[in-house]
Ligand binder design. Structure first.
Ligand SMILES: [Zn+2]
Length: 362
């Protein structure tokens, strides 16, 4: 990276030229595939571009066990053969033929990436953009409200839950984390415990991903238009602002930071961002983002909006008496795409017997 005292930094082309030189000088570097090494430089170049464009954070060092993987492009990526219904094989440069279990039809791809996750499982991913799910053309519109106690509520009344870890798995995780805290750093025992923890986390992540994929495909197949709240997950998961105490300068009031941290975990582990992202891939052009302000306080039947309407998981309208599951009520509002205006804490309809109020300004 650029530093003031270092002068200009070599770009990808210059780095690739240096790589060729280095490969001529060092035997251990020559033992690896040039394509793979060049693609690592290409990845770094992309990371640097993203950093300067402001969309990503500063590139970090790759870590053993965490960022394991490489990319193969060009003619070399084309050497893939289907062996049987379930198995295929791929000629990995400098490695040889490697068998792979086919989880979906092999696409016509010009590059692939092989990765090893933290649990030690190897994956191969071919770069191809699949066709979006065709719309059912039935005119159906659905609203999806994403929450913490219920992962997703649909305006049809369905409540969907993203599976996480079971009670016993959570207990085991806590137990293992305690054991890791007591283990000596870098010891064999510590490594074993770490691997066991990684396995549990991977299991939770697998379940979450599986749920997101199945739910997004199901929604894309059943509905023409899918309306979701336009929440900025990144903003929501930020830690709360400190609240200065007006009575005592220099000290702070409770800002429910721990409570927010618990909520953040809920939001992230429910995979909100991922669900919308996958919906936008699968139902391209059919996902609409709706301003979510006040959808949880507004009655989906009469439009009355008041904070008192909502009592934790139950919704009961103070104006018309309509009652529903709180998240389903919000999902119906989202499905209607109702633009709920802020600062409306009174019913819109005013009794005809009431005298018109004089406006004090304007
Ligand atoms: Zn109502």
């Amino acid at each position: 990276m650029w530093r003031r005292e270092r002068g200009s930094v070599p770009g990808f082309v210059e780095q690739a030229r240096q790589l060729t030189e280095a490969r001529a000088a060092f035997g251990w570097l020559r033992a690896g595939s040039q394509t793979v090494q060049q693609q690592a430089l290409r990845d770094f170049d992309q990371a640097r571009r993203n950093y300067f464009a402001g969309s990503h954070r500063r590139p970090t060092w790759r870590r053993a066990g965490r960022h394991e993987g490489f990319r193969v492009v060009g003619a070399q990526a084309g050497r893939v053969e289907q062996v049987s219904g379930k198995w295929a094989r791929v000629l990995v440069p400098k490695v040889g033929w490697v068998r792979l279990r086919v989880s979906r039809a092999l696409p016509d791809a010009r590059s692939y990436r092989i990765t090893r996750d933290r649990v030690g499982r190897w994956h191969i991913a071919f770069a191809a953009v699949p066709d979006p799910v065709p719309a059912p053309s039935n005119g159906a519109v659905v609203g999806v409200d994403r929450g913490v106690t219920v992962s997703a509520a649909l305006s049809t009344g369905e409540l969907l839950n993203c599976p996480g870890l079971s009670e016993s798995e959570q207990r085991r995780l806590v137990h293992l984390q305690r054991r890791l805290a007591r283990a000596q750093r870098g010891s064999n025992r510590g490594k074993r415990v770490k691997a066991a923890i990684a396995k549990i986390h991977a299991r939770a992540a697998d379940r979450r991903k599986d749920w997101v994929e199945k739910t997004s495909t199901d929604l894309a197949r059943r509905f023409d238009v899918i309306r979701v709240e336009d929440l900025r997950v990144a903003h929501m998961t930020r830690r709360p602002k400190p609240k200065p105490d007006p009575a005592k300068p220099g000290s702070y009031l409770a800002n429910r930071r721990r409570a927010k941290a618990g909520l953040n975990r809920g939001i992230l582990s429910n995979g909100w961002g991922l669900l919308v992202q996958r919906l936008e891939h699968k139902a391209a052009g059919r996902v609409e983002k709706i301003n979510a302000a006040y959808t949880s306080q507004t009655c989906s039947r009469c439009g009355h909006c008041a904070p008192g309407n909502r009592d934790s998981q139950a919704f009961r309208c103070q104006s018309c008496g309509h009652s529903d599951h709180a998240d389903v009520n919000a999902a119906v509002n989202i499905a209607a795409g109702r633009a709920v205006s802020a600062r409306r804490d009174k019913p819109v309809r005013v009794s005809v017997k009431r005298e018109p109020q004089l406006t004090t300004s304007a």
